[in-house]
Design a binder for this molecule. Structure first.
Ligand code: FES
Length: 191
């Protein structure tokens, strides 16, 4: 049974004080659609392509907005409610805009015991953003507190976008990571 999404007004409450934002983009590009169809063709059930299709949509839209979810549902011929359920379950799909360089700081137990909380505070102060808040005014930086990054034995761990992952991170390493972003050594978000 199909469960349509609410109108794309950006008024859908996710949690107290948190809203799922609209994106100025409404449709997937022809190239992204072709990529999604190619992936879907590998599976007997198109539902199996939901996760990779959402990653493609995130790349295209910059984040997984309601419009992005609707576009994925349309591309795969699936109920919008299914795509919404998957997208909102997984935290690796950003439901609001993030910066060009999105820092994810683990604050779970191993990282917490090794100084993750002050590290997170210092990073936010250094980049002029709040953890979980909007990107910096120039759109370059954002910071998020995340659950275990699976590097508990080498805590604290910090990840930048999808590619760069560092262990035993201290203030000096944070500076090196920021400098690498500024030199363009890391792929920007959603590319
Ligand atoms: S607790 Fe931080 S990586 Fe596992």
């Amino acid at each position: 049974m199909s469960h349509p999404l609410p109108p794309d007004t950006g008024e859908l409450p996710l949690a107290p004080g948190q809203r799922l934002l609209e994106s100025s983009r409404k449709e997937l590009s022809p190239e992204a659609l072709a990529e999604i169809q190619a992936i879907a063709s590998r599976y007997p059930d198109r539902m199996a392509a939901t996760l990779p299709a959402l990653h493609i949509a995130q790349r295209e839209f910059g984040f997984v907005s309601l419009a992005a979810m609707k576009a994925v549902a349309k591309a795969l011929g699936l109920p919008e409610g299914h795509v919404f359920g998957v997208a909102t379950f997984y935290t690796m799909y950003q439901k609001k805009p993030v910066g060009q360089y999105h820092f994810q700081v683990c604050t779970n137990i191993s990282c917490a015991l090794n100084g993750a909380a002050p590290l997170l505070q210092k990073l936010c102060a250094r980049l002029g953003v709040e953890a979980g808040g909007p990107p910096s005014a120039d759109g370059k930086w954002s910071v998020e507190e995340v659950e275990c990054l699976a590097g508990c034995g080498t805590a604290p761990c910090v990840q930048v976008n999808h590619d760069v992952y560092d262990e035993f991170v201290d203030e000096k390493m944070l500076e090196e990571m920021i400098a690498a972003c500024q030199r363009g050594e890391y792929r920007p978000w959603a590319h």
